[in-house]
Design a protein around this ligand. Structure first.
Ligand SMILES: Cc1cc2nc3c(=O)[nH]c(=O)nc-3n(C[C@H](O)[C@H](O)[C@H](O)COP(=O)(O)OP(=O)(O)OC[C@H]3O[C@@H](n4cnc5c(N)ncnc54)[C@H](O)[C@@H]3O)c2cc1C
Length: 436
């Protein structure tokens, strides 16, 4: 086993987990290479589901994949740990000491040797150093944060329901900073929660007692998407009684309010930061690898880092050029999925002494899901280069298919079919909202 070329992938997210699965199935199984996944957590949940976990419309445990079990099935090894450094000359990555929840050291600092290294550690929200954001905002970058949000939300509803019962003022003000896809979809999920919770006993609180605002610095919501989509999304949010505040940069976040640049203070008991992304800070200190201002590793068209032919990066943590644009590939699940596919081919080719495969991002369009209300989006016509506007059930079908494609990459078609069936049964048997 030790003589086999060792491919190490750090980060088992939307892109990294798909990559190790394909590599394990093809190279690990036939003992052509040793494949190792390193992740800071024990389980994987597809990140675009996190806002549904936060609102309670999705039970994460049913969608969680245990890395150890998955590794055994797909012929790769799994190492639990957080990458913290790199020694390129010795071809070793550094894994920080692992501590339990009480802070006791379980495993000391370790080193893992690699022949080829792929870094796929994703990104986190970028608060751009806004005063008070770290202390007073909730974030949705991990399953842990999504679960924490859910608990805080249930407690806030409970508290307001009790205040309503006592005849006190009981408006719950929720603000979402950033009206990209995450912020907009979260607003719709929260509106659904505010409508559903009274059905489950919190019947003194009305949906209209929950005030939801989406705050955006740009002049329109979904600024990265076509204007028509943005207009349709604004209409839908307003239909759901979500306040849409555009052209409003946030200058400070306080414990119970958000301060705008023009000095306006918006009351807010729950504030969620969903604007911008940045890659993890440790990437900027990886033994001379080139990063951009957002800590993303700068890569060539082949996803190879600019400074090291044996180190690749993909997904949100990579700044990958696009041939016809001065902007890098956008940080999206569909990009991570496509990059995992291209890099799989490159890594297989390398073992046979063949050429690397250049990655070209194929934008299939954007879909915005308004919880169970509706979905709007545009599909890109591959041949014409023009986009087609869609909404309703057809759009919802395409939206769901992105997750199903991820599941097919991880489990194969048959198991994905079974999981889909089980999801249907589970939805029929359980409450529409997770209540604990
Ligand atoms: C709420 C939300 C909704 C979204 N909705 C959509 C959507 O509808 N459509 C879309 O295209 N995109 C969406 N996105 C963006 C999409 O989730 C990301 O673009 C995608 O997950 C990026 O994949 P990735 O593989 O680069 O990283 P991730 O999926 O973030 O995975 C990174 C992995 O790296 C691990 N990791 C991090 N640091 C370390 C370390 N130091 N050592 C070891 N492991 C580490 C993490 O534990 C994680 O498993 C959404 C994002 C959010 C937060």
């Amino acid at each position: 086993m030790d003589n086999l070329p060792h491919i190490v992938v750090v980060g088992g997210g939307a892109g990294g987990l798909e990559l190790v699965t394909s590599l394990g199935n093809k190279l690990g199984k036939k003992r052509k290479a040793r494949i190792t996944l390193v992740d800071a957590g024990l389980t994987h949940v597809w990140k675009p589901l996190l806002h549904e976990v936060a609102s309670g419309s999705l039970d994460a445990s049913a969608n969680e994949i245990n890395y150890r079990a998955h590794a055994r099935k797909h012929h790769y090894e799994f190492q639990l740990g957080r990458m913290s450094g790199l020694d390129r000359r010795a071809k070793k990555l550094v894994i920080a000491p692992f501590h339990d929840e009480e802070g006791m050291e379980v495993v000391p600092e370790r080193h893992i040797r690699y022949d080829t290294l792929v870094i796929a550690v994703g990104s986190t929200a970028n608060d751009f150093g806004t005063p008070g954001a770290q202390e007073n905002c909730l974030f949705l970058d991990s399953l842990k944060q999504a679960r924490r949000f859910h608990n805080l939300m249930l407690n806030a509803f409970l508290r307001k329901n009790h205040e309503a019962l006592q005849g006190k003022e009981h408006t719950l003000n929720i603000s979402i900073i950033g009206a990209g896809a995450t912020g907009v979809e979260l607003a719709a999920e929260l509106r659904l929660a505010s409508r559903e919770l009274p059905v489950y006993g919190m019947n003194h609180l009305k949906s209209s007692d929950v005030s939801i605002s989406v705050i955006e610095a740009a002049e329109r919501i979904l600024p990265a998407l076509p204007g028509r989509l943005s207009a349709a999304a604004t209409r839908e949010l307003e239909r759901q009684h979500v306040k849409v505040l555009t052209g409003q940069p946030v200058s400070e976040v306080r414990e119970n309010s958000v301060i705008m640049k023009d000095g306006t203070e918006l009351p807010s008991e729950m504030t969620i930061w969903a604007a911008g992304i940045k890659a993890p800070a440790f990437l900027a200190e990886l033994d001379g690898l080139e990063v951009n201002r957002g800590n993303q590793l700068v890569v060539e068209q082949t996803l190879q880092t600019t400074q090291d032919v044996d180190i690749f990066a993909l997904g949100d943590c990579a700044a990958c050029p696009q041939p016809d644009s001065d902007r890098p590939v956008p940080p999206r699940a569909q990009a991570a999925h496509q990059q995992a596919d291209a890099l799989f081919k490159t890594l297989c080719n390398r073992l046979e002494g063949k050429e690397d495969v250049p990655f070209v991002y194929n934008d299939h369009g954007s879909l915005i899901n308004f919880s169970r209300y509706t979905t709007v989006g545009n599909l890109m016509g591959n041949l014409s280069g023009r986009s087609m506007y869609i909404e309703g059930k057809v759009a919802r079908l395409f939206y769901v298919s992105l997750y199903r494609m991820h599941q097919v990459a991880l489990h194969g078609v048959v198991r994905t079919g079974i999981i889909w069936l089980m999801d249907k049964i589970s939805r029929a048997m359980h409450p529409r909202l997770k209540l604990h």
